[in-house]
Design a protein around this ligand. Structure first.
Ligand code: HEM
Length: 154
């Protein structure tokens, strides 16, 4: 191959790789700290948790579970937990999910209502759908630690 042609092929291969990398960056799977940005950082997560806890408080299916809750402490714990989960510089230092929910008689239905309250809060804050799904994919596997009771809906 003449050297001019091989140089131009090398060049186009490099352009191909960098276009591929850009494509991946724009449309591929985001990394954890991209998700933190998509949640609006610490301020965005704090606003999201305020809305979420408000939704739970207004949700007649599950709000009685929280009748004796320490709401400021719960919000603080949730902000740190979500911030850490989405790749932010926070640390959740509270109890694990089994200990935090022991004896609360939480059902699968209650877990699902709470998840919907989080989805509604994320929609209200215009969190991109990929970032929403990322957080939900981290919360869903906690269900076996949290759900300890069977209700009329299972
Ligand atoms: C993935 C889902 C859930 C997550 C990530 C989660 C997370 C948490 C966290 C971080 C705490 C604070 C623990 C502490 O600092 O002591 C907590 C407490 C609590 N959670 Fe959950 N939770 C979930 C689901 C639920 C569900 C479905 C219910 C009931 C419907 C529920 C009811 C409560 C209550 C009543 C408290 C105690 C609040 C207090 O006594 O001050 N949680 N949860």
């Amino acid at each position: 191959m003449n050297s001019k042609l091989s140089a131009s092929l090398r060049k186009s291969a490099i352009i191909g790789v960098s276009v591929g990398a850009l494509t991946f960056g724009a449309w591929g799977t985001a990394n954890a700290s991209d998700y933190y940005q998509q949640f609006g950082g610490k301020a965005g997560i704090t606003a999201l948790i305020n809305t979420f806890v408000g939704n739970v408080a207004n949700d007649p299916h599950i709000n009685y579970y929280f009748a004796h809750a320490n709401i400021p402490a719960l919000k603080f714990a949730l902000v740190n937990q979500v911030c850490m989960a989405v790749g932010g510089p926070c640390k959740y230092t509270g109890p694990n999910m089994t200990d935090a929910h022991r004896g609360m008689q939480i059902t699968t239905a209650a877990f699902n209502y709470l998840s919907q309250d989080m989805i509604n809060a994320m929609d209200a804050h215009r969190i991109p759908i990929g970032a929403q799904n990322y957080l939900l994919s981290l919360l869903a596997p906690m269900e076996p630690q949290i759900v300890t009771a069977t209700g009329p809906l299972g």
